[in-house]
Design a protein around this ligand. Structure first.
Ligand code: 0A1
Ligand code: ZN
Length: 881
């Protein structure tokens, strides 16, 4: 049975439970189709609550087979049972009591991948957000915390490994063919952090000695034979553990830390206490099969899940409205970790690209919601870029406003004051206020107001008085349910550059607080005067992307070029180049619709080529500059009436002009960038490969010939270079014999490696142009296509819908119809996957009218389908709302 369309749940309705859970004791008798779960729960009635209140336990698709109160059977008139709920009445008012619930579940039939399910013969759980209720009747909400004892009984030959949270208590044989293991997690936790894994897996082992000298056993479990591919994940784990001690003063708190990699998983990974479960895509890597981006993702996600041990597990969320409390903060922590392990500026550029692509797009469309929402119909739909990425940006702004030390003081107080709590966003913010004597009430609007603020910048320089004046306006667009907004506290890092690139220091600043290079914009309009500025300065604003805002600032081309060359803030140099390019691309879109040609401005070409060849700049940075804005960036900048074919053509024309002008440089770069060096995944080697790969892309455009990419493909000895060459072939020369040969060779070589084959599906799904739809249909018939494996579905259908603007947004609407059919196909099996795929259409209202009408038709066809899951129904209703 599927969850039905539900009523909205409101933050304002939050009430603590009438019963306090003291202890949980679970016994699993694992069986592929009939697993028995016996749950013993000790409760007492919360002081001051109604002595008549019933105990209500959540369930989902459960069959009850036994119910005891203090070991005696409960008479039927004392309880009501339904698949989604168990209500027990007449419970003791004063004394603790024990409820024993027995349920049977079928892990093999669990295609939703929530609760206990089977993947490749392994038993595995996923309980966040509301999966535990699919295992047993339980108060399945994050503010109910208890220590857990878990006993697992299973067939010994098939399941030599029996794992759960906490520390291992012991194990023994159990009858002729079975064995059992017992685990105890002393740290009170909510049910969403519960995990159980059983099966037969290989292991990579190591140890870590914590700051206070405790030895922790580290184990990463993977399919047999894949152990060598977990070495990098182990290294990343140890670095994460050390970093959290050094930077946040946080030590690990159990005797063992385990990671299990599985190939069927709806998300990236899950931070279950002491037993993280990962999508194997974020664990397994070796040079031959993983790209530099894969390595960077593994490092970031291993860190993210590990950091949750404090921000999420030790301090959890009071309710799901507070999701950003753990997610935004933990993303901020993993970003800082990666910045410390790699190049800070390059990492920041990559973060901002991702933020804009995902979160700004979400914030500008019908799915926009605040970082801390106040209502939801399906919580699974709130694991969003807004909660995660904007949540991280909000944390980053607190650090910018309070400074490094002030931020640390607030974090220390948060850990001290709330360890063991299920906390709220207000609790979090209060720690920063109390630790610093600060007032963050206006700042807190960032949690509550959706929409990306637009800051309009106007500047004036008055030579006689040596004053430079900035007029800053802020406006926050209307979003669903929030027609008007209050002005926010926007911290804008800025600098004024002189003619030779030096920073000009103002004698005084009036009209806004300005300290340590950060201007604090708090009103809807502020006129800020910088005195003692002896020459007309060039403004560098929102350095390092100090605030997640859109700037409306038609800065002169010459000023952008000046910043591109001289800004002391590397991020802003990248931003200046990007601004030059975006302007050219937007002009190009206009010119193409007027029947004129699109081109690149000399200013862009000069700035870009100078950057590309500047040996003083790190290669990874040069590669980021060469990447230029995406088609999605163009669409967002247009805001409405977007024609993906025109965006694609304009972008391509700009890239082409750069490629022609820089051909000789790109040849030199491609030859020099060590594409044949022995592979090492470190950031600087990866940067050289990224630059070499970027050069290859431009050369393909300039030469109009697949030969060079085909050679690069054939000669590559690592996946980063090989896959990039394959992408260049597929995307620029889809019909060339070289491309067909390369795709076939790649398939032949890697057909047994699912993660690599995901890349093979994706690269074809993202070939621009309307012919790709036919390829998608053919690839869905490929023997290796598997509609039950989320990674494979995302690699084909997800890549097509999210990353192929021209192919997916075909004018005739066939792309939308294909996605709609896919959503209806997946929904009954895996509603989370279906709902997530549907968000590919979140920007449909920005499309030009013909495509917009086709998109709407497809959405309405989904909406009018009977028996949609709550997940899909919620998204489609909001999308059309
Ligand atoms: N808390 C995890 C994300 C996550 C959420 C829901 C899931 O259910 C399928 C799985 C994972 C994280 O932030 O990493
Ligand atoms: Zn997380």
């Amino acid at each position: 049975m599927r969850k039905e369309t539900g009523q909205a749940i409101h933050l304002a309705d939050y009430r603590p439970t009438p019963f306090v859970l003291e202890r949980v004791d679970l016994t699993f008798e694992l069986d592929p189709t009939e697993t028995k779960v016996e749950s013993r729960l000790i409760f007492h009635r919360r002081e001051g609550t109604d002595p008549e209140a019933a105990l209500v336990l959540d369930g989902d698709e459960l069959t009850l087979s036994g119910l005891l109160l203090d070991q005696s059977e409960l008479p039927p008139e004392r309880y009501t049972v339904a698949p989604d709920r168990l209500e027990i009445r007449g419970l003791p008012a004063e004394t603790p009591f024990e409820i024993t619930v027995t349920t049977f579940i079928n892990p093999s039939a669990n295609t939703q991948l929530m609760g206990l399910y089977r993947t490749n013969g392994i038993y595995c759980t996923q309980c966040e957000a509301e999966g535990f209720r699919r295992i047993t009747y339980f108060p399945d909400r994050p503010d109910v915390l208890a220590p857990y004892t878990v006993n697992i009984i299973a067939d010994k030959a098939a399941n030599p490994l029996l794992l759960s949270n906490g520390n291992f208590l012991g194990g023994a044989g159990f009858g002729p063919d079975k064995h059992f293991a017992a685990w105890f997690d002393p740290h009170p936790k909510p049910s969403y952090l519960f995990a159980l894994v059983a099966g037969d897996l290989g292991v990579v082992e190591d140890t870590y000695t914590t700051l206070s000298g405790r030895e922790v056993a580290l184990k990463i479990y993977v399919e047999h034979g894949k152990e060598p591919r977990a070495a990098y994940a182990m290294d990343a784990l140890k670095r994460s553990m050390q970093w959290d001690e050094e930077v946040f003063g946080r030590e690990y708190d159990l005797d063992i830390f385990m990671i299990v990699a599985v190939s069927d998983f709806n998300m990236g990974a899950m931070e279950n206490k002491g037993l993280n479960v990962f999508n194997d895509k974020y664990v397994l890597a070796d040079p031959e099969t993983a790209t530099d981006a894969d390595y960077a993702n593994i490092e970031a996600i291993i860190a993210h899940e590990y950091f949750h041990n404090w921000t999420g597990n030790r301090i959890t969320c009071r309710d799901w409205f507070q999701l950003c409390l753990k997610e935004g903060l933990t993303v901020y922590r993993d970003h800082e970790f990666s910045a410390d392990q790699r190049s800070r500026a390059v990492k920041r550029i990559a973060e901002v690209r991702h933020l804009k692509q995902e979160q700004f797009a979400e914030d500008a469309g019908p799915l926009a919601h605040p970082v801390r929402p106040t209502a939801y119909r399906e919580i699974n739909n709130f694991y969003t870029a807004t909660v995660y990425e904007k949540g991280s940006e909000v944390t980053r702004m607190i650090a910018t406003i309070l400074g490094r030390d002030g931020f640390k003081k607030g974090m220390d107080l948060y850990f001290e004051r709330h360890d063991g709590d299920a906390a709220t966003v207000e609790d979090f913010v209060k720690c920063f206020e109390d630790a610093n004597g600060a007032d963050l009430s206006q700042f807190s609007l960032w949690y509550h107001q959706a929409g990306t603020p637009v800051v309009t910048v106007a500047e004036a320089y008055d030579a006689p008085t040596r004053t430079y004046t900035l007029t800053l306006d802020q406006a926050i667009p209307a979003t669903p349910g929030q027609p008007s907004k209050k002005p926010m506290h926007i911290p804008l890092a800025l600098g004024l550059l002189g003619a030779s690139g030096e920073e000009l220091a103002p004698a005084s600043v009036s009209g806004a607080d300005f300290a340590d290079g950060v201007l604090h914009l708090k009103e809807s309009r502020q006129v800020v005067t910088f005195a003692g500025i002896g020459e007309r300065p060039v403004l560098s604003i929102n350095r390092s992307f100090s605030a997640p805002v859109n700037l409306s600032f038609p800065q002169a081309e010459a000023d952008r070029a000046h910043l591109a060359r001289h800004d002391g803030d590397l991020f802003s140099r990248w931003q200046a180049i990007t601004d030059l390019a975006l302007k050219d691309m937007l002009d190009g879109v206009r010119h193409l619709t007027e029947g004129r040609n699109a081109a690149a401005s000399p200013a862009l070409i000069e700035a870009l080529i100078a950057t590309a060849r500047d040996g003083a700049l790190e290669p990874a940075f040069r590669a980021q500059a060469l990447a230029l804005p995406s088609e999605a960036d163009i669409a967002r900048a247009l805001g409405e009436n977007s024609d993906p074919d025109a965006n694609h053509a304009a972008r391509r024309a700009v890239l082409h002009a750069v490629a022609e002008a820089g051909r000789a440089d790109f040849e030199a770069i491609h030859a020099a960038m060590g594409l044949h060096e022995p592979y090492s995944p470190d950031a600087s080697s990866a940067g050289r490969r990224a630059l070499g790969n970027a050069a290859l892309s431009y050369l393909a455009l300039a030469e109009g010939d697949p030969a060079r990419a085909a050679r690069a493909f054939a000669e590559a000895d690592n996946m980063t270079v090989q896959f990039h060459a394959l992408s260049v072939l597929a995307h620029h020369f889809p019909d060339a014999a070289e491309t067909r040969a390369a795709l076939a060779a790649f398939e032949a070589r890697f057909r047994d490696n699912a993660l690599v084959m995901d890349k093979w599906f994706s690269v074809q799904a993202t070939i621009p142009g309307e012919a790709t739809l036919g390829r998608i249909e053919a690839l869905m018939e490929h023997p290796l296509y598997n509609a039950r494996n989320p990674n494979r579905v995302r690699s084909l259908i997800g890549a097509f819908s999210f990353q192929n603007a021209t192919g997916f947004n075909r004018r005739d609407g066939a792309g939308y119809r294909l996605l709609a059919a896919q959503i209806l196909d997946h929904d009954p099996r895996n509603p989370q996957l279906a709902a997530r795929l549907l968000t590919a259409m979140r920007s449909w209202r920005m499309l030009e009218p013909t495509r917009g009408a086709e998109a709407e038709k497809a959405l309405r066809s989904i909406q009018s389908t009977p028996a949609l899951s709550r997940d899909v129904k919620d998204i489609v209703d909001r999308m059309l709302g």
